[in-house]
Write a protein that binds this ligand. Sequence first.
Ligand SMILES: [Zn+2]
Length: 590
Amino acid sequence: MIEQRALGNILVRHGVVTAEGLEPLFLQQREKGTPLPELLVQSRLATESDVARALAAECGLSFVERIDVALVSPQLATRLPIGYCKSHKILVVAERDDGVDVLSADPLDTAALDDVRATFGKPVSTVVGAPEMVVDAINRVFEKQDTQSELETDDKFDANDEIDILESDEDAPIIRWVNGLFFSAVKERASDIHIEPEEKEVLVRYRIDGELYVARRASRQFMSSVVARVKIMAGLNIAEKRLPQDGRISLRIAGRSIDIRVSTIPTSRDAERIVMRLLHKTNVLLDLTDLGFSSRDYHLMSALIERPDGIILVTGPTGSGKTTTLYACLNKINRPNVNILTAEDPVEYEIQGIHQVPVQAKIGLTFASALRAFLRQDPDVIMVGEIRDKETAEIAIHASLTGHLVLSTIHTNDAPGAVTRLVEMEMEPFLVRSTVIGILAQRLVRVLCKACKEPYEASEWDLRQLAIDPERTRRRDARRLSPRYTVPGVPYDPVGWRGPGMPILHRARGCEKCDGKGFSGRLGIYELLVMDDAVGSLVLSSSDAQSIKRAAQGQGMDTLRDDGARKVLEGKTTVEEVVAATQEDFLIDE
Ligand SMILES: [Zn+2]
């Protein structure tokens, strides 16, 4: 943490501590990163109350020792989620026609005050209290609030009797309910929120680890109010109910920035359906070792991203974890002496030391134009979100030929398909051959819950689904162990079944730990095609994807199905998960 010099100056100015007294604290702050107020309290130089009082004086605000919690309306205060209130030490205490009053422990936290202003659409007046007192008040006010949601499905309401948020003065429950949706979606790691009009109720579903689950229901009479609330937040036209609309919401929830893409469509149920995709900006950045590569794929991939030039492509459908993989690659080569530039739509993770540009097609900043500008910015490594047109493909090839490493994604089912896709974009086969160094296809499969997964003996059918049998395994083993195809330094990484008898696989059950889902988290399965002479000569002769695939398998490439089979045999996922994720992976006999 950097030293909180500005805060220190304020405290000195208000006589809380002397300038000399602060220096040793700054030293500690540099070493341990502890916030300054905490250090002051620890070293008994000041109390939390002294700091808050000085901040109040500095900002010209009044300081209060305590507030009467009985006078604070829980309906009002809980319009902000409790986690948010606690992390920002802020409580909404009163609402007037011309503004809202908040109690805050940190009047310098202008972002939080801005959030309150935006939530209520009114100016904010602040009084300051000591952090301990504010947190205590938050706890007591939220406890008062009845945990029963006022919007739960209740048969006594007539579904046709809809309430419009604009005409209703009972808007607080709606706002709280919608805020609660965002809040619990983040808590449950949902990637999407669906709000759907059913005949008698509003159904909210979350997509978690790729699957949809019913998260909440509300009485149908609230549908239009909920839709209106979301539309207001997303800056959409509330009056337009007959046409699809797209918008965005930017939120901070419990200290995390979240971008939400909102899409509405009209439905035959006389109400709109909303789907929101949550983009967590501060998601955990994975290391390359965390992606679940087989040891062969890991070593090949690590070597590819250390090359000074060339194009590495990641392919797979939307939501297959391509971006996570690219970030993990960038993270591995992110060093102070490497200049890395990215063009993304949108920027999903912010990485220290990497220069990231969000693409904005509306103002003409496309992948192609960003890429062209990057070449004048002296980069070593360029990541471009997607190659989807001839222009971007051309510049990517040009960048590679002029000594840059280019990482990107391309929309094809498997790795060999990416070669044919580039040729379809009118790229010369010899340019593809000389620039593309590796293509990684990937899918995500759900990981079995460790607590409740159930072992069973595989059937013939299971093995056929996974394309493994002892005969094919023997052929693969023989080839993999031949010195010609062994990757130096990589231990033999078997996949397959050698018999006798049948392997033990696992199926999903469901328990308390996994909320009855039987799965927890997701894992990638991969197919890494390396451009070697065998594959390269087929690219030059414009061969079809199947021939390229067969050649790559001949060099030891595991297909998506093979890598999936490996993870089923390791007990990480199920046959069904792998089959569903690799339906397009046609089997070629080697
Ligand atoms: Zn479980």
